[in-house]
Design a protein around this ligand. Sequence first.
Ligand code: NAP
Length: 306
Amino acid sequence: MYDVIIIGSGPAGLTAAIYTTRADLKTLVIAGNRWGGQLQLTSVVENFPGFPEGIEGPKLMENMRKQAEHHGAEIIEKDFESGEFAKSPFTLKTTDGKTFESRSVIVASGADAMWLNVPGEKEKIGRGVSSCATCDAAFFRNKNVVVVGGGDSAMEEALVLSRVANKIYLVHRRDSFRASEIMQKRVRENEKIEILFNSAITEIFGEMKVEKVSLTNLVTNENSEMPVDGIFVAIGHRPNTSAFTGIDVDEKGYIKVYDHNKTNIDGVFVAGDVHDREYRQAITASGFGCAAALEAERWLMTKKSE
Ligand code: NAP
């Protein structure tokens, strides 16, 4: 029996694990087959305090994991499959068929990239269609690529690609970006990046890999075809909540927070991008992880004294 099981191993989950283990709570982290969350797909992180020169995303996650393990967290690289969340103690199952019991749970399962859902996209993921420039930019040296989106992720993808690619078309459905000013400025000042506002990718073509895309001007409805070698989709994320039956979510699938990182279920807490659609930063996810851990600790103490 664990005191706390943490589902997820991004900044929220691992920070929570550092706090629960230091509070002497027996802690298991169900980290997922691909542990470490979105920062594993990020290049340099410049806004996590304590690293004046920045730090590579995967390195930051490795450090957090080491710190959690150093304090005694057990970490298993398996996916969470289902949970019996009616009341404490909770029974959680991983995809390899194992079950674990815990007095409390912290859900920190994060969010995944969203796709365009246009013809030709799904079958070419990994063959020219990507959601991670940091992972795949090297395959597009001196090539022409499209980035879709108008937020900070799209700006970052375009900037990462500009280090190796020949030309980047940044396609956005509206006539202005929602990205932060500083990121927009960097994009505008980069001569490899051409911005195509009011535009959408409507189809992706190619035999074995991406060869061209169909582009629609959303104002004039004109269609054109653009030969490109790759397309990077950066249109936001979807929270990983489909496996959590019984835990309240909002209309977009984010876990509802009732008070102080508590869910609707007594003893189940939440932290990070799985509930936060406002900030979605590594540092806020870590902060939420800390808060959820402290709340879990307080809750467990109350239960002990009851
Ligand atoms: P986001 O801010 O939600 O932006 C998503 C973008 O994709 C929006 O421009 C949206 O268009 C567009 N979009 C959504 N669905 C679409 C569709 N079906 N087809 C075409 N376009 C679509 O997501 P994000 O860029 O991933 O950023 C998420 C959060 O992480 C933000 O808070 C951001 O600041 C943060 N972040 C920060 C950094 C950094 O600081 N370096 C880097 C990455 C992310 P509309 O604008 O028309 O809605």
